[in-house]
Design a protein around this ligand. Structure first.
Ligand SMILES: [Cu+2]
Length: 491
């Protein structure tokens, strides 16, 4: 979906208020202002994408030099734990009155990267600009909540003498899936090379039949790049920015994920490396920039992953290093933009009360083509969190298949059946459970949503594979990972 269509959708979206919450002086000539977008009402188990008008931006002309996103509860201002409420993404779309600047300007995922321009650079902001928020807040539990998306900016108004020396940058959106409301790809365990999967390089079906590559940007005028950092999901190792000129290609920056997570590259307990403050790269008209994302594929599958590297660009500007002549001075190690965040403190994977499904007695037999319902966040049979005989895995004969049906779909509650390594019965947290079973399967998010603007699979059923060897298969819901279940293949 292109941006124009996104903006059209805004017409039918709800109007939300964004209010300045606090202001305190910071670096010379700049004001630090926190805006609150919302309140956003969070429905039980929601995982939906919304587009809404956003009135939270400066009412005088000037420059935004720093941008720090967050998510806070309305009731007490606390930051929700990421294993409970999750800022899947927020994208701040900004357009000016003439339509010269238009598109995603700032973006955040749960890694909450802070954008901080080197001195003298900033995004132009006019009171006549139009701001739109594209957000996806994921409720991992059935309890409703209310939150604000907050963003703290450093702002240099035109009335400040500092503003006269400011050089405007714009955001060039670089995304392996191009500009889409839900730009995702799957990383399957065991794919790629030597335990690493790079998208699009390792996916033979990426961009098939398109006639162009979604991860590329052809530079239209000589320009200078000023900064970038990657957005990845758990499992992500690094995002790379490349430049091709004729038949020469060079890497401009590798944005590495620094995991604080004790279990490694498996959770949102991470900070991304951004370019060094003095990183300046000269690009020429006709150059092709591209982005790739690399994930760990040894430990688990990572469904619906992202790889995005927005670049701050001085369009039409000369200056900066020629990356072919200064390879080493350009492609240097970056710096993480924040330390460990307290909301990432519940890692999961501890002993819990759930049974080991492999030792449970057989549940009822499901006939070939039979159905197991999912309702009220409970798998109809074989739910490990359920009581008594509900826990016992339904049994299907080898070579046969049965269907999971999501009865919660009309309530915009999507569930998945995603294989996890048995017993898959430990406590839920940001690092557990994982899609780490030896034999992988995943249903997709069973449910329906607006076309192109949803994570839902646009169906409410999923059929189990009919080629599974005998055994007990444990699974979880990727959307609500406290949901655990099992089924059994048995003669
Ligand atoms: Cu679910």
């Amino acid at each position: 979906m292109n941006l124009r269509r996104l903006c059209l959708l805004v017409g039918v979206a709800l109007l939300a208020l964004a209010l300045p919450a606090s202001a305190s002086a910071t670096t010379k000539g700049a004001k630090r202002i926190t805006y609150k977008f919302g309140p956003v009402n969070i429905k039980p188990g929601q995982n939906t994408i919304e587009l809404e008008n956003n009135n939270g931006f400066p009412r005088v002309p000037g420059y935004i030099t720093r941008f720090k996103p967050d998510l806070v509860r309305v009731k007490d201002g606390s930051i929700p734990r990421v294993d409970v409420l999750h800022l899947h993404h927020a994208v701040w779309l900004v357009s000016d009155r003439e339509g010269k600047r238009s598109g995603p300007q700032f973006a955040a995922g749960e890694e909450k990267t802070i954008v901080d321009m080197p001195p003298g650079y900033g995004w132009r902001s006019e009171p006549t600009d139009r701001w739109v928020m594209n957000h996806m807040i994921h409720n991992l539990y059935a309890e409703p909540d209310r939150v604000y998306i907050t963003y703290t900016i450093d702002f240099i108004p035109d009335s400040s003498p500092k503003a006269r020396k400011m050089k405007p940058v714009e955001t060039q959106w670089m995304d392996v899936e191009g500009i889409k409301a839900y730009p995702v790809f799957d990383v399957h365990k065991g794919t790629g090379r030597r335990g690493k999967f790079t998208y699009p390089n390792h996916d033979p079906n990426a961009y098939r039949g398109l006639g162009y590559r979604r991860n590329e940007w052809r530079v239209r005028e000589d320009s200078m790049l000023v900064g970038t950092a990657a957005h990845l999901h758990p499992g992500g190792l690094y995002g790379d920015l490349w430049l091709q000129r004729g038949n020469r290609k060079v890497r401009l920056f590798r944005s590495r994920a620094k995991y604080f997570e004790p279990a490694g590259a498996v959770s949102w307990d991470v900070s991304m490396e951004a370019t060094p403050r003095d990183w300046r790269v000269q690009v020429r008209r006709g150059d092709i920039l591209s982005v790739t994302g690399t994930y760990d594929s040894k430990r688990a599958s990572w469904y619906e992953s992202m790889a995005i590297m927005p670049i701050a660009v001085r369009r039409g500007a000369q200056g900066g290093l020629d990356p072919f002549r200064n390879r080493r001075r350009v492609d240097r190690r970056g710096k993480i933009t924040h330390g460990h965040l307290r909301e990432n403190r519940v890692h999961g994977g501890k002993k819990w009360v759930l049974p080991d499904a492999r030792r449970l007695p057989d549940g009822p037999a499901v006939s070939n083509g039979g159905t197991v319902n999912i309702e009220g966040f409970v798998y109809g049979q074989g739910d490990l969190v359920g009581r008594g005989s509900l826990r016992n895995p339904p049994v299907v004969a080898p070579g046969q298949a049965f269907t999971y049906f999501n009865s919660d779909a009309p309530k915009q509650i999507e569930h998945t059946i995603t294989a996890c390594k048995a017993p898959c019965n430990k406590t839920t947290g940001i690092a557990y459970p994982l899609a780490d079973a030896k034999i992988q399967f995943d249903s997709g998010q069973l449910g329906f949503g607006p076309r192109g603007v949803t994570a839902a699979a646009q169906r409410d059923t999923w059929q189990t594979p009919n080629n599974l060897p005998s055994g007990t298969y444990t699974y979880f819901c990727r959307v609500h990972p406290f949901m655990r279940g099992a089924f059994r293949v048995k003669q």
